[in-house]
Design a binder for this molecule. Sequence first.
Ligand code: GLU
Length: 493
Amino acid sequence: MEEVRVRFAPSPTGYLHIGGLRTAIYNYIYARQKGGKFLLRIEDTDRTRFVEGAMENLVRSLQWSGIEIDEGVTLKDGELTQVGDRGPYIQSQRLKTYEKYVDQLIEEDKAYYCFCSKERLDALREEQKIKGQVPRYDGLCRAISKEEAKERVAQGEDHVVRLKLPHDRDIHFHDIVRGDITINTNEMDDQVLMKSDGFPTYHLAVVVDDHLMGISHIIRGEEWLPSTPKHVYLYEAFGWEQPTYIHLPGVLNENHKKLSKRQGDVSVEDFRGHGYLPEGLVNYLALVGWSPDSNEEIFSMDQLIEAFDPSRIAKAGGVFDVKKLDWVNSHYMKELTNEELLELATPYLADGGITADYIRENREKMLTLMETIKDSLDRVEQVPERSAFLFGEFKVTDEAALGELKSETAPEVLSTMEALLKEMEEMTPERAKTFMKEVQKASGVKGKKLFMPARAAITGVVHGPEMVNILYLIGKDELLRRIAVAKEAAAMA
Ligand code: GLU
């Protein structure tokens, strides 16, 4: 069987869109499943869209996501490099190659020079619009002889090169998701292949590169489906074998529109910034537009590689649901060790004023804190707010908490706590385990009547993490201070 070679071929726009990441994921897991290769090619033929540092950013986002690049553009030791023997893998470095293939098409009368001015093309488009026709080139320059055209090009006249589509020919291709597709050349345009600046258009470059780079399967967004007949014709014109096409449904927002940067977070970096884990983001994205033949929803990259089946890709667009992403991500949050979580949380805590020095000096406590809040987290970004019971300013304003503090049993519970705390040297993790039992014994109060006022007095609210850990984390002196503050708040309420 032929080797599976797939590519992710983004334009360097400055960031990796999560829809792009999903395309990359499908390409990658398909390559891995088939023992093939995953290539990264940079499609930068539109020079007006060039963004500095964009390639590094793309590769970094892919690597962060757990996608390993086998061939093409990659980062090694922080340096952008290209690996593989079918390069270069950056289209702007391949201009000579495109020129050679365009010349071949011209020689074989499968392409022609076009000298029409922008003004003429604009006027033509206007006229066609008014007549209710689909705007397309009328083929005027097809009539110019090859000799005359070459002469005019040699004289330096502005020109482009267009594909010379045969009239009234059905173009057929098969898409794994969409099935058999047929379109007649009469409904197609004589596509520009080479622009006046000497750069190829996407359509020419993509076909030439996919062929020369030995791409077996083209897995890309469905926005490219309308272009595919042109590509298919180009394969035929060159006498090359067509790859297998797999066009992916869109990634949509709640309003079933394309997810766009204007509405908020769409880049992989945005999601990384919110503290999503690569495992969570990859797992969730893989399920937007594809489903396994089981009800399973938690998939590691290895499990995706095992389970992925392109014939189960959906035709309809998939809605990107942040709540579902949170749910999937929370699964991976729970799998983090306390050490891993603390390391990931450090920059977020630092933003909230808990410095890296403080974290280092109070490592044991910080690890217990991570343990205490871990199960309540959807993403790392939430660590500071979930830690607020410890670091935030302590006050009791919560109605329910005040109610508990004014309950009948509260005075006895609080004064017993105070007495026991004053006697102890410090609140060790061991002592924290037995402390509430001690309070129960000494006060004679138990159950909710014991725990609710106790919790209200030391956290200011009636719900929260495990009492044992809270006691240890807050510590003797601060516990005493809080109980005093709570009593006062209750007295004033
Ligand atoms: N450069 C195109 C893009 O930015 C790639 C399309 C394709 O995969 O053929 O999405």
